[in-house]
Design a protein around this ligand. Sequence first.
Ligand code: TRP
Length: 334
Amino acid sequence: MADKKIILTGDRPTGPLHLGHYLGSLENRVTLQDDYNQFILIADLQALTDNVDNPQKVHDNVLQVALDYLSVGIDPKKSTIFIQSMIPEIAELTIYYLNLVTVNRLRRNPTVKNEIQQKGFGENVSAGFLMYPVSQAADITVVKAELVPVGIDQLPMIEQTNEIVRAFNRTYKTDALVEAKPLLSKVSKLPGIDGKAKMSKSLGNAIYLSDSADLIAKKVMKMYTDPAHVHVQDPGRIEGNVVFAYLDIFDPDKEEVQKLKEQYQKGGLGDVVLKKRLITILNDFLTPIRKKRKELEQDPKYIMDVLFEGTFKTQEVAQKTIAQVKQAMKLIYK
Ligand code: TRP
């Protein structure tokens, strides 16, 4: 409704979504969609900034990400899901905003800096990649989002967005653009199955929402626990133990988890028993999501219709914003 606050979030379509995405954002979106006017963007253009050679992958994952959204309960009647590249106003705004940021400021953006290092771009980073935060500012401002639910790694993006908003409004003496506030998720980080601090597709340590029950069992059986816990009777460590990290989050019976922890630390509790428990719990959680996904996969046309409908709705909003922006920039000719 008109008086609901506008929020915008999104994902790069570079692969199916995993449990880290679920806890970091999907769960939040399902809750938020009742009380907010929620826009969710599938950032295909942003995905291309580091997948230049792989347009097919990006193309195919637009549908996969949309399937994940609907499978976890994001409701297209409540949330507006749209495709970034189909909103040309985002590209247009990006060009306008580029005059308001310096190359040095972009190089100093911690998230970008990290990614440049991780991906080994070095001095050869493309202009497109370096300026993706500007394009993200366009994503957020094109719908005039007031809130952006994100994980901690995205905070520098919101900061950068707000700098652009202030610079724009000041430079062009307008209040056309709106500053956005971050809304941080409760669970900040889910470890990967290998014990690394973060579950991520590029680290190859993820459990996907679309994984089969068999695959989940295999992944849990491989999970990092306590390398010093060799025999069942040995005392084991809880800290850094991925199985316990997951039980803490997903096991509904917190009292039982506490008992298991005590037993494990004393010795006499084997990893396999714990892993079997976790497999059951993860499957209880993921089976309905998987089932919904299987149903939706039968009808890709329906999914695309949802995306087009959301995109058309966003286009209307975007056209209004761009008209105000061009007016402020004296780009209207009569
Ligand atoms: N940068 C985000 C990611 O890598 C995706 C994204 C693009 C986004 N545009 C956005 C997130 C706008 C929030 C708001 O996951």
